[in-house]
Ligand binder design. Structure first.
Ligand code: C2O
Ligand code: CU
Ligand code: CU
Length: 497
């Protein structure tokens, strides 16, 4: 019998045609087809910058994908679920030759990156029609923090649908944090969390059949496009997980059996030092980097998604009645069970021991922002709006493309007080600049951290502090439950030079 080591194994897996053959050689006992799939998925093309330039062709199109043994017609970038991972360094130029071969208009957003919101950069007001090409071009600032960011479509009204189709990929900026010796030595894995809902013929459930008010959730939860993939944790060593919630509306409350997480970054921004957490709540749009210590009994441990109650439309506390189409019923509404039972997302297997590796101590030094020049208030809720029907609202207004909802001055610091008076949780996201949470319900936030998305629970008031640095222009803030964003919970932000 032929013995393959892991490297050959991965190589054959990647070759695609080798899969069945290898599976037969090794027999089902040692290797499941799942791990084969995983090996190949880990080798999904990565585009890295070279000599200061990250350049690639990126095509959005619908295509059949093998999703845990079922054929599914999904929306892909370069045919991949999740999309290819992009990697660049501070100071690099990025040039993406984008082609829209979807049947709808679309565009690209670079979530969490501190780049201009204008021109050919992070411009969410662009509309790239079916069949059109567009070249995105920007520079990653020298002072851009290294971290886990991502890209996804952002054309208002179609964002939820296109993301739910699968359009999302990681955008990694390599630098500072990655050079810390313990982190550099740690084994690195990427986890892109996506949920899907497909019918018997492999077609995506349409918006008509989903609960848009709650925000659509799919019953098929995938990690890197697979159901329950395996990751290996070096015994005595460290495993670094870079986790992205790329789901349209689903929250993930993650826990790894018998292992705490040591969180080292929030939304792509390093923390001052690792923070031990038993559970990690990731709202849509949020990213986290955590370390896992391989210091337990070697074996298999499940990465679980624990139930989380993000509110419901059932108790209608909003400003109006439920109305409109596609809000109730369908499979998208999800049985109760789905919410109440932990689900296995992935499996972590111990592998052979390495030189003992301890946790890093110092990661970054986050300093507080100066006192704000302005305090603004934003109320998040939903309600009936004349001419629109049921909408999601910020300060009682649904989004309008032709309005500037908020005007700020470049380089100033502001506090935004976000109050959720509705019946559902809303993760609030701002483009271009990260912010710090100052307080929740008047309680000072003790953890110094930079974020691009913050959860505002129902009934809660969260105060954040933000500085509008470097780039003037028009951009947006919104709820990252993307159905809420599409149904109006977004505002235009003008940063004036
Ligand atoms: Cu990831 Cu405006 O969003
Ligand atoms: Cu964003
Ligand atoms: Cu929301």
């Amino acid at each position: 019998m032929v013995k393959l080591n892991r490297r050959q194994f991965i190589f054959l897996g990647a070759a695609g045609a080798g899969i069945t053959l290898v599976g037969n050689w090794l027999g089902k006992k040692t290797i499941s087809s799942q791990s084969l799939l995983q090996s190949s998925a880990n080798l999904a093309p990565i585009h890295q910058s070279r000599d200061g330039l990250l350049e690639l062709d990126l095509e959005a199109r619908e295509r059949p994908i093998n999703l845990s043994g079922r054929q599914a017609y999904l929306l892909t970038y370069n045919g991949q679920i999740p999309a290819p991972r992009l990697e660049a360094k501070p100071g690099d130029k990025v040039r993406i030759h984008f082609t829209n071969n979807l049947s709808q208009p679309t565009n690209l957003h670079y979530h969490g990156l501190h780049i201009p919101p204008t021109g050919n950069a992070d411009n969410v007001f662009l509309r790239i029609n079916p069949g059109e090409k567009f070249t995105y071009e920007f520079e990653i600032a020298k002072n851009q923090a290294a971290g886990t960011f991502w890209y996804h479509p952002h054309l208002h009204g179609l964002v939820a649908e296109q993301l739910f189709g699968g359009l999302a990929g990681l955008f990694i900026v390599r630098g500072g944090l990655d050079e810390i010796p313990e982190i550099k030595t740690a084994k690195e894995e990427f986890l892109v969390l996506q949920d899907f809902s497909i019918d018997e013929r492999g077609r995506l459930l349409s918006s008509m059949h989903m609960s848009l008010m709650m925000g659509r959730e799919g019953d098929l939860i995938t990690v890197n496009g697979q159901v329950n993939p395996s990751f290996s944790l070096p015994a005595k060593g460290l495993l670094r997980l870079r986790i992205l919630n790329a789901s349209t509306s689903r929250f993930y409350r993650l826990a790894l059996e018998n292992h705490p997480f040591y969180q080292i970054a929030t939304d792509g921004n390093a923390l001052n030092e690792p923070i031990e957490v038993r559970e990690l709540l990731l709202t849509p749009g949020q990213q986290a980097d955590v370390l896992v210590k391989g210091d337990r009994q070697p074996g298999q441990y499940r990465l679980l998604n624990l139930p989380y109650d993000r509110g419901s439309m059932g108790m209608m506390g909003g400003r109006g009645m439920m109305g409109g189409r596609g809000m109730m019923g369908g499979r998208g509404m999800m049985g109760r069970n789905d919410r109440d039972v932990p689900r296995v997302l992935a499996t972590v297997n111990y592998e052979s021991a390495v030189e003992p590796l301890s946790l890093p101590t110092k990661l970054a030094s986050i300093s507080g922002l100066p006192e704000p020049v302005t305090v603004r208030r934003f109320e998040l809720n939903h309600g009936m709006t004349p001419g629109v029907g049921m909408a999601f609202l910020i300060n009682n207004e649904p989004y309008r493309g032709d309005l500037i909802h908020t005007q700020v001055k470049l380089n100033t610091v502001e506090d935004w007080e976000l109050t959720n008076t509705g019946v559902m949780d809303h993760p609030f996201h701002i483009h271009v600049n990260s912010f710090q949470v100052i307080s929740r319900n008047g309680q000072r936030e003790l953890l110094p951290a930079w974020r691009d998305t913050v959860l505002v629970r129902r009934g809660e008031t969260v105060r954040i502090r933000i500085q509008f640095r470097d780039f003037a222009g028009k951009t947006v803030y919104h709820c990252h439950i993307l159905d809420h964003e599409d149904l109006g919970m977004m505002g235009n932000l003008e940063i004036q030079a």
